[in-house]
Design a protein around this ligand. Structure first.
Ligand code: KG4
Ligand code: ZN
Length: 356
């Protein structure tokens, strides 16, 4: 029997430095994530220059630890996968150059991974989900519904017209005076709140197209906070505002996903599972709501475990395995990309990847 295919994954596209070793038997042999939260907290957001320098300071050691944790040497690897975009380009450079250097020195295939594709495929690593499926990708920078038909074949059904869901969580959390990062803090605050106390808008609810919009909802929270004056700062009101905002988001996501499941059925001629990925998929209240939507449609919801929803390198290694299994690899001339929409991914090589 041939030994398992084993890939080292590297993630440096935002504020997490991460390295992981994963096999094609879906074994996560190591999965290390070093958060830069403390470095960015004083600024209330990710500072690209600080992020890039921090990746540079920590990535080598983290890769060594991930290899040791897997009990593997570079000779035991079948490929090196690194996030090559989209993301903060300074950080992406650090991961891509490190990955290319190891691949060149060890004569291993290099895989330039699209961060969104890695989120999209992560449920196949954790739950062995078969194609096709409907993906709701919800993170700090992205909010879209995608029919995932095959590795490399993604059809966008709808997306946000303004803010991403995670971005809306982060901005509303800031308005409410909650600590950075906003998403998890807002979910915690909402637990003790009354989601029916404030009437907030549900943008796009009931619309036939499958798009989202969150900036109006965020503005409505701002007006509500201004109208409340000093009362907006009390713990109970913050909790009620957080719960009301989260309830509005849940209604919007539920409505959009219910419609998208119908569109998916028409397109793919069979009901697909609803896969939820990206950092916002860590939100347990939203997960519960989406699970109910999927069940009502005769489908099921699949979401990776919490630590694999937010940015990590196991999903990067896994995307590398999925591509390597197809016989695909990228050249060492692959240019990192700050923008790289999922739809631009052609099967095999990434579109334009070979540009000299
Ligand atoms: O996927 P991710 O780790 O990084 C990006 O690629 O964007 O997602 C981070 C986003 C942030 O906006 C964060 O506030 C949000 O996911 N997030 C949450 C929760 N945990 C993380 N939003 C709502 N509820 C949560 N529990
Ligand atoms: Zn992400």
């Amino acid at each position: 029997m041939s030994r398992a295919m084993r890939v080292l994954g590297i993630e440096t596209s935002c504020d997490e430095t991460a390295a992981a070793v994963v096999t094609d038997a879906r074994a996560i042999e190591s999965n290390l994530v070093l958060s830069q939260l403390d470095e960015h907290r004083p600024y209330g957001g990710v500072v690209p220059e600080i992020a890039a320098r921090s990746h540079l300071d920590h990535l080598d050691r983290l890769i060594r630890q991930a290899m040791d944790g897997a009990g593997a040497g570079f000779e035991d690897l079948d490929g090196i996968a690194a996030t090559a975009g989209p993301g903060l380009i300074g950080g992406v450079f650090v991961g891509v150059m490190t990955g290319k250097a190891i691949a060149a020195a060890r004569k291993l295939p290099f895989l330039a991974i699209n961060h969104l594709e890695a989120h999209a495929l992560s449920a196949r690593l954790t739950d062995d989900v078969a194609f096709p499926y409907l993906l709701l990708l919800v993170s700090g920078g992205h909010c879209q519904l995608v029919a995932v038909e095959e590795v490399g074949r993604y059809v966008r059904l709808g997306g946000t017209l303004d803010d991403a869901v995670g971005e809306a969580f982060d901005k509303v959390a800031k308005l409410l005076g909650l600590p950075y990062p906003g998403g998890p803090a807002l979910e915690r605050a909402a637990r003790g709140g009354d989601g029916g106390r404030f009437e907030l808008p549900r943008p796009m609810l009931g619309r036939p197209e499958l798009d989202f919009s969150f900036s109006g909802l965020k503005t409505a929270v701002r007006h509500q906070v201004a109208a409340l004056g000093a009362e907006a700062g009390t713990a109970q009101t913050v909790a009620d505002l957080a719960a009301s905002f989260q309830a509005a988001v849940a209604d919007v996501l539920a409505d959009r996903c219910a419609r998208a499941l119908e569109a998916f059925l028409r397109r793919c001629k069979r009901p697909g599972p609803l896969v939820v990925a990206g950092g916002v998929a860590a939100n347990l209240a939203l997960r519960a709501r989406l699970a109910a939507v999927a069940e009502a449609a005769g489908s099921e919801m699949v979401a990776p475990p919490l630590e694999l929803c937010t940015d990590n390198a196991a999903m990067i290694a896994w995307a590398g395995i999925e591509r390597l299994r197809k016989g695909w690899r990228d050249g060492l001339d692959f240019a990192p990309r700050p923008r790289w929409p999922l739809e631009a991914l052609a099967e095999g090589r990434s579109e334009g990847a070979a540009a000299p």
